[in-house]
Design a protein around this ligand. Structure first.
Ligand code: FE
Length: 208
């Protein structure tokens, strides 16, 4: 009997698998950004409310730079799910997304500082940074505000947020911005070469 059980160290990826299915269902029935951000935001809030499902390999920081681990890419590239892993004190450049995105805090905390171009095209910080703690969800898009800079709120611990975007975000042509207003083209790619296996449902045999 025991050989039928999964090794204990593998987390149950049902939560992530169900989330991926729910986002696909949402995109099947809606193409309205406000609705996607609202309903997708609620789904993401539920996903990050419990921190027991992210496989360890996609939670490991790098001393060099923040990590972007692809967890799932939709077969039609309508959406992607990514774990962002921040080492102590790490931050992004100021960047945009060009598509809708949702950020859900899973572990630790981060600051997101929004920016907007002023009349001369120079970027100015708009308001105070948003402080995200576990369970919080924030939206970005060209409609609701697309340019920001994100950093780990901690200088002494790893933080992890789960992101969903309305495209295969690692392949999207977008931009990073210097404080002087100069713009550089940017395609982020991903940090991982293998994906988590969210499709093995053999553990379902032991559930009802
Ligand atoms: Fe971002």
């Amino acid at each position: 009997m025991s050989h039928l059980h999964k090794p204990a160290q593998l987390p149950d990826t049902a939560r992530l698998r169900d989330f991926v299915g729910a986002i696909a269902d949402l995109l099947d029935r809606s193409s309205e950004e406000a609705e996607i951000l609202r309903e997708g935001g609620e789904l993401l809030r539920q996903l990050v409310a419990v921190d027991d499902w992210l496989p360890e390999a996609f939670a490991v920081p790098s001393p060099q730079r923040y990590q972007q681990f692809l967890l799932h890419a939709d077969s039609r590239e309508r959406f992607s799910v990514v774990s962002f892993v921040w080492g102590p004190g790490q931050d992004t450049p100021i960047h945009d997304h060009t598509v809708w995105g949702l950020v859900g805090m899973l572990r630790g905390a981060e600051y997101s500082q929004p920016f907007r171009p002023d009349a001369t095209g120079r970027l100015v910080a708009t308001g105070a940074p948003t402080h995200l703690v576990p369970g919080d969800v924030e939206a970005v898009s060209p409609t609701v505000g697309d340019i920001h800079q994100v950093r780990n709120a901690y200088t002494d611990q790893t933080s992890i947020s789960i992101h969903v975007y309305g495209a295969n975000i690692g392949a999207v042509r977008r931009s990073v911005y210097a404080e002087d207003g100069s713009i550089k083209p940017f395609i982020s790619g991903y940090s991982n070469t293998v994906l988590p296996n969210i499709w093995d449902r053999s553990a379902d045999l032991h559930k009802n």
